[in-house]
Design a protein around this ligand. Structure first.
Ligand SMILES: Cc1ncc(COP(=O)(O)O)c(C=O)c1O
Length: 448
């Protein structure tokens, strides 16, 4: 089995494995961290599984049935759930407006359109992100220009953003990856200096906070995902938040086939450019039910992440992530950096296999996906060759080599998923216990 498993695959497997398991499985006592590693035939540190995700509650069912029985399923049918969700989510985040969308990807596309990102423009983005951030920019026929990653924070290195600005740059897209806030002040300063927009990819960062503001309400627009694995899931779904009535009116219009909306009348009597990126009422009903839970789960994840960080920072070769001053993460994944040398040369992939054998599901972070062919496919296409000069596309391709911080992050990150942080505190302690056990036997595990 590959150690590089996407969150979606992971949750699929976890859900199947954990079907029928209780939400908070019993603690397993008596597993010594000094014992034989499970990969070498010993007993695992953790047994009994982890909280399953997503979680469904029977008490939510009447609100879903109400939508189904009403027949008012699509946004334009007169149902109330989507607008209700938009108002509640905007209030929760402290944003003036919220527009619900079909997904996080479509939120990014709609948001970029409203901020006037057009074919042939450039958008500066974090490379250490889910591929949808790149893809959304490609959907605009714009160039996803990759800034470097700060190995200490796993988020964008703002110093590298400035060096990526060109006369084509239209927007900067910082990504609050794993729910960890980017250092937004320098990003905003660069954007202001060069008069470009900031669209936050907050698709993994519901309720993350930076300098007293919620992620997704700091730039011109913020985009969220409510896909199945997310902390606020509805299968698929997304949202855009922002304070500008004009920009949100443009978003609302573009997401609804280009119908005039609010103060945005478009350029034609009826329709302007647009698509169908609407959320359904049944999705909104699911989300409305989970808002209180999101707040409670977030507090629990934070408390348990602090507990985990306190233990992990005592282990040589394990480096928890540094957050910007005065910020709070929400931990969609809980990542740390792994130094194989401090584990007697045990390679990271082998470490991950050993952790899984100990009952701790974990995986690598994102790979150097700019070498995977997606971006080559784009820049070698007829369209991109028409939109950008051959020299620009060559320089663009060459620029990937400068992503040294990101390379380091891709090679050394290990992450556990958020559902582990919802377990009982004693179960959380199994994570450092498993790591210490593996460290003691690093050489034997490397040989096995
Ligand atoms: C960082 C990031 N951006 C964008 C997206 C796209 O969201 P969706 O899958 O809802 O389209 C995701 C979803 O996983 C994401 O994690």
């Amino acid at each position: 089995m590959s150690v590089t498993r996407s969150r979606r695959e992971f949750f699929g497997v976890a859900a199947a494995t954990l079907a029928g398991a209780s939400l908070f499985p019993k603690r397993v006592f008596g597993q010594s961290a000094a014992g034989t590693p499970a990969l070498l035939g010993g007993s695992p540190v953790h047994t009994g599984g982890w909280p399953a995700w997503p979680e469904w509650r029977q008490s939510w069912e009447p609100s879903i049935l109400q939508v189904l029985r009403s027949g008012r399923w699509y946004r334009g049918s007169g149902g109330e759930q989507v607008p209700q969700f938009e108002a509640a989510y905007a209030k929760l985040l402290g944003a003036r407006r919220c527009l619900a969308t079909a997904s996080g990807t479509t939120a990014l596309i709609v948001g970029m359109h409203a901020l006037d990102v057009d074919a042939g423009d450039e958008v500066i983005v974090s490379p250490f992100t889910f591929i949808a951030s790149y893809n959304a920019i490609l959907m605009m026929k714009a160039l996803p220009v990759l800034a470097d990653t700060d190995p200490a924070t796993l988020t964008v290195d703002s110093a590298s953003i400035a060096s990526r600005i060109t006369d084509r740059t239209r927007a900067i897209m910082p990504v609050h990856i794993y729910g960890m806030p980017c250092d937004m002040d320098p990003v905003l300063a660069i954007a202001k200096k060069h008069r470009v927009a900031v669209i936050e990819d907050a698709c993994q960062a519901w309720l993350a906070e930076y300098h007293g503001r919620m992620c997704g309400t700091i730039g011109d627009l913020g985009c969220f995902s409510f896909q199945n694995s997310k902390h606020l899931p509805s299968g698929e779904g997304g949202a855009i938040t922002g304070d500008s009535e004009d920009v949100l009116d443009r978003c609302a219009s573009f997401h609804d086939c280009g119908r005039p909306y609010g103060g945005f009348k478009g350029t034609r009597p009826n329709f302007t450019r647009g698509g169908n990126f609407r959320m359904q009422h049944v999705q909104a009903a699911m989300l409305l039910q989970q808002l209180d839970k999101l707040v409670q789960d977030t507090a629990r994840r934070r408390e348990h992440a602090d507990r985990l960080t306190a233990s992990l920072k005592e282990i040589p070769g394990i480096q928890p992530v540094r957050l910007p001053e005065n910020s709070r993460a929400v931990w969609h994944l809980y990542p740390f950096r792994y130094d194989a040398e401090k584990f007697q040369g045990l390679p990271r992939d082998r470490f991950i296999r050993a952790m899984r054998a100990e009952g701790i599901p974990c995986s690598t972070g994102y790979q150097e996906q700019y070498y995977d062919g997606l971006l080559d496919e784009a820049i070698n296409s007829r369209g991109y060759k028409r939109l950008f000069s051959a020299q620009r596309l060559k320089d663009y391709r060459d620029s990937f080599q400068a992503l040294t911080g990101n390379k380091q992050v891709c090679e050394t990150t290990v992450a556990v998923t958020q559902n582990l942080l919802l377990a009982a505190p004693g179960d959380i302690d199994h994570i450092p216990a498993a790591i210490r056990k593996i460290q003691t036997h690093g050489a034997a595990l490397a040989r096995a």
